[in-house]
Design a protein around this ligand. Structure first.
Ligand SMILES: [Zn+2]
Ligand SMILES: [Zn+2]
Length: 68
């Protein structure tokens, strides 16, 4: 498998989020997870913020229902 960004380089790891091959320059390793340095790292953070926002919205809706 070749790196997704560098087609002339061999992949050293596979992103656990999107499954793309990554060379050493393109991969970011956190403990056991390998992720794309730029794309999936940011994507994960964004989805975490989104799930937190969803949690807040549900909490507010529940409070409105209780006090209505
Ligand atoms: Zn990825
Ligand atoms: Zn690369």
């Amino acid at each position: 498998m070749k790196c997704y960004n560098h087609h002339d380089r061999d992949a050293f790891g596979v992103c656990t989020v999107c499954g793309k091959g990554l060379c050493l320059e393109c991969m970011k390793q956190d403990s056991k997870d390998v992720r794309c340095k730029n794309n999936c790292q940011k994507g994960l953070k964004g989805s975490q913020i989104l799930s937190f926002a969803g949690f807040l919205i549900i909490t507010v809706l529940l409070l409105i229902c209780v006090f209505d």
